[in-house]
Design a protein around this ligand. Structure first.
Ligand SMILES: C[S@@+](CC[C@H](N)C(=O)[O-])C[C@H]1O[C@@H](n2cnc3c(N)ncnc32)[C@H](O)[C@@H]1O
Length: 351
């Protein structure tokens, strides 16, 4: 039922991003210059059918095998195709044939535009809720991305668990989605507009944290968030007092991450060398690491660098042989928007 409503909304109701009735499925913040250039090389028809709510292009993508869950008309696939380069590969999955038809129509055009001898992008028509039936081998992706899709899924927990299974050890799920500041009545999922506009299925942020931890992602990291404005009076009255946020999270597949930030006296030093992050490496909203500066980190943050594709760009100091207690300044998870009233950042579950 949910999937049929979604396919009708993205396949028939909407004919482009200008038809959206809220800014939930929109990306408002301007991208960094290199990303803006890459976006400028994407075909106009693909760009016009973009319905994402955030930027899902983490650093250091060269040569990676990437999966985009709910790729729509393929805008992010073609962005990532450029960033992964000819040695990399991008696979997009979506259930709406009309969206995939646009994505596929411009496949050769993009390969030529990007200077690739053959396209490094492929598209699969399929249900993200049934990833296990698509035949993708376990531990076969370095990076899984998704842009404004989890809120549309009926069984979100199952898809987080599948994403964990499909990631290589040290790989990450990096995705933008819509969250609510409270649990929403399930009946809202039956409204095609509230669902299609990515509001009805928005997870309450604290349920999201429990859910991803249950799927094996022990330390979810918030990268960015912004409030969503619902101005349409009809939609507003249906939603009551609930507030909505678009947020980008990164979830690493690292076995044995600890439930809290523990201090082992470790530090990292970013040496530079990542395109687009020449001066500062951003791990998450709490961790902006200047090139050349010794940066003390908790055990989990250390592993997110030492055991991932970021390791070659860092000097690593210390190990986990001596424990010094809880990492100083480690706070409990707070709801989105809390930081507006104070210095603490919300809901990363980390220091
Ligand atoms: C808000 S749009 C975002 C599309 C794309 N990520 C973008 O940024 O333009 C949501 C997309 O998720 C797809 N979708 C929703 N539920 C799905 C499911 N169960 N399986 C596959 N695709 C799904 C829809 O077809 C739609 O293209």
């Amino acid at each position: 039922m949910t999937l049929e409503l979604v396919k009708a909304y993205y396949g028939q109701t909407l004919s482009g991003s200008a038809d959206l009735r809220t800014d939930a499925c929109s990306t408002l913040e301007p991208p960094p210059a290199a990303i803006a250039d890459a976006l400028g090389r994407i075909h106009e028809e693909v760009a016009r059918h973009y319905y994402g709510c955030g930027l899902i292009a983490p650093p250091a993508l060269s040569g990676l095998r990437i999966l985009d869950l709910g790729c729509g008309a393929g805008r992010d696939c073609y962005l990532l195709s450029q960033l992964a380069g000819p040695e990399g590969e991008v696979v997009g999955i979506d259930a709406t044939p009309a969206q995939l038809a646009i994505a596929r129509r411009h496949q050769a055009w993009h390969a030529e535009r990007f200077g690739h001898s053959r396209s490094n992008v492929s598209f699969i028509e399929g249900d993200v809720g049934r990833l296990d039936q698509i035949g993708l081998p376990p531990a076969s992706f370095d990076l899984i991305v998704s842009n404004c899709v989890f809120n549309l899924l009926a069984d979100k927990a199952a898809v987080f668990a599948e994403a964990h299974r499909l990631l290589k050890p040290g790989g990450e799920l990096y995705f933008a989605d819509v969250y609510a500041d409270r649990r929403l009545p399930p009946r809202l999922m039956e409204d095609p507009v509230l669902l299609g506009e990515c509001l009805a299925g928005a997870l309450y942020w604290n349920d999201f944290l429990s859910l991803v931890r249950g799927a094996g992602f022990a330390d979810p990291r918030l990268v960015s968030d912004r409030p969503i404005a619902v101005r349409d009076p009809v939609l507003k009255s249906q939603l009551g007092e609930a507030r909505f946020f678009s947020a980008t999270y990164r979830l690493f597949r690292l076995e044995g991450l600890e439930p809290a930030c523990e201090d082992y006296g470790q530090a990292v030093r970013y040496r530079g060398g990542i395109a687009g992050a020449e001066e500062v490496f951003v791990l998450d909203a709490h961790h902006r690491m200047d090139r050349g500066r010794i940066f003390p980190v908790c055990g989990n943050s250390f592993r997110m660098i030492a055991e991932t594709r970021f390791a070659p760009f860092f000097d690593l100091h210390g190990d986990m042989s001596t424990h010094f207690g809880i990492f100083p300044g480690c706070g409990t998870a707070l709801p989105f928007g809390t930081f507006e009233a104070g210095p603490e950042r919300p809901a990363s579950g980390c220091c």
